[in-house]
Design a protein around this ligand. Structure first.
Ligand code: TYD
Ligand code: MG
Length: 469
């Protein structure tokens, strides 16, 4: 059998070298060399049987867009509604989905639970990380959630792609889960499992398999501390969908977020609770994200945000105190620190609060991260509430963005936010006056039908006047 020919390429400038080099002679960067396949042997065992023949024989011709026949893609619904929603309405046949997340966050639990929850299907769960015994132990814990028997879930502990495809051919599964892509290795490449070239080659083989047999494949991938799916970003463009499983390990809530999705929106989000017996779907996030209080406290406000299509009320907390040291501390959990600094600057310049000498801490409860700018006004109100030590009136909610000159800006889908606040029993909601229905023209957008007082404000001073008098 002739060997695969590989070469090393600099990721910075594409300089080619026969052996690995620490420093690139061309662009002088360090540690940029990665092994890549230059030529594959055509006599060797094809990794996915049809790959060599069909892809070379079939040459596509250009077609007019209008002539392409549209077929609704065939989606497989899982019993897990959060998962279906994040995927854009179920699993698409032949799709390759990458699930990334830090070690220990619960990726294996999520996928095993899903695999055991589909009794009508043959699911193959391939693990290169745990032994059959370990998986069985996990499965035992998940049993109460996953029906009694574990459905049609098969376990395979194997890391060589050649062997995996042999087993797949025999078993003919309807769904394949690989835990994790970093443990697989292909015999075509010499480098160790987890290296860029191995990860890329194994993914490419699984991609070919998924597309040619229309079997959906889920890949679990570990994320390094700086948020990269190890084997730098290379996987993201190869797969159809990238999901990220995240959350604070010390909190029980886990968030499944779509980062890229060829078959749906990339802003959907699913929330789970990690219990002793597996993950539980959280279908009413607002209720759990708000703490139960019976008296108003200073520094706490509630904002109506949207994650994907789902409105969600979250609690934002601020603590402003006199700085004990020369340099004031600023820290934000679940919110962008740069944006916090911007809010503080606006409050200082436009409203005259002396925040420059204060320590400011912001926190979004539940351990989730929010990027929606509609929480600006709520955060600003929390900061001033803590600074002045005056609580914000009870049952008050916010949904507006703050502009650099202190103007309150409109946010998208305001009606959904108002409806959610009303549903949870809030009595008033502060929104931007630019979100108000425009004089009779847009009669559909009439907020009077809501059983909640809508307070439109145009400037930050105006909002604070109403709140703190
Ligand atoms: P795991 O799925 O192994 O994480 P990953 O595959 O992302 O590395 O999850 C590990 C954590 O989840 C571990 O700390 C134990 C916890 N866990 C539960 O709380 N409940 C359960 O039912 C299971 C199976 C795990
Ligand atoms: Mg795992």
């Amino acid at each position: 059998m002739s060997k695969t020919k590989t070469s090393y390429f600099c990721q910075g400038c594409s300089y080619e070298s026969a052996k690995w080099l620490g420093k690139c002679p061309s662009c002088a960067q360090w540690n940029t060399f990665v092994e890549e396949i230059v030529e594959k042997p055509n006599t060797s065992v094809p990794n996915w049987k049809a790959s060599t023949s069909t892809s070379q024989q079939r040459a596509n011709k250009p077609v007019l867009v209008s002539d392409v026949v549209f077929q609704e893609e065939n989606r497989l619904l899982t019993p897990d509604k959060e998962f279906n929603r994040v995927l854009g309405g179920g699993i698409v046949a032949g799709s390759l989905v990458l699930i990334g997340g830090e070690p220990g966050i619960g990726k294996s639990t999520l996928m095993l639970q899903l695999a055991m929850n589909m009794p009508a299907l043959k699911v193959l769960y391939i693990s290169g990380e745990e032994s059959e015994m370990q998986i069985k132990m996990r499965a035992e814990r998940l049993m109460p959630q996953a029906g009694k028997s574990g459905g049609g879930c098969f376990i395979l502990t194997e890391t060589s792609t050649q062997n995996i495809f042999k087993q797949i051919e025999q078993l003919q599964p309807d769904l394949v889960v690989v835990d994790s892509i970093q443990t697989l290795h292909s015999a075509h490449i010499e480098s160790t499992p987890g290296s860029v070239s191995q990860v890329r080659e194994c993914t490419a083989e699984l991609l070919r398999f998924a597309k040619e047999t229309s079997t959906p494949v889920f890949l679990i991938g570990h994320i390094t501390k700086d948020g990269m799916i190890a084997g730098p970003k290379i996987l993201e463009h190869m797969v159809d969908t990238v999901l990220q499983f995240e959350g604070d390990r010390h909190h029980v809530y886990r968030i499944l977020r779509a980062i890229k999705n060829r078959f749906g929106s990339a802003s959907e989000l699913g929330i789970y609770e990690m219990l002793g017996e597996g993950l539980r779907e959280v279908s009413n996030p607002s209720e759990i994200l708000l703490s139960q209080r019976d008296e108003p406290l200073s520094g706490i406000t509630i904002s109506a945000t949207l994650e994907g299509l789902r409105p969600m009320l979250i609690e934002t907390q601020a603590l402003v105190s006199t700085s004990a040291y020369g340099t004031p501390q600023r820290s934000a959990t679940g919110f962008d620190t740069k944006r916090m600094n911007m809010l503080l600057a606006v409050l200082e310049k436009r409203c005259g609060f002396k925040l420059g000498v204060k320590d400011v801490f912001l926190n979004i409860t539940g351990g989730i991260r929010i990027e929606d700018p509609a929480i600006d006004l709520g955060l600003a109100a929390a900061i001033i509430s803590s600074h002045e030590d005056i609580p914000v009136p009870f049952k008050t909610c916010f949904a507006a963005e703050l502009g650099l000159s202190g103007e309150i800006r409109a946010v998208n889908r305001i009606e959904q936010r108002i409806a959610e606040a009303q549903k949870l029993g809030f009595e008033q909601i502060f929104i931007s006056k630019y979100n108000m229905p425009t004089g009779g023209k847009n009669t559909k957008m009439d907020f009077s039908r809501y059983n909640i007082e809508v307070k439109p404000v145009g400037r930050i001073e105006e909002a604070f006047g109403l709140l703190f008098g």
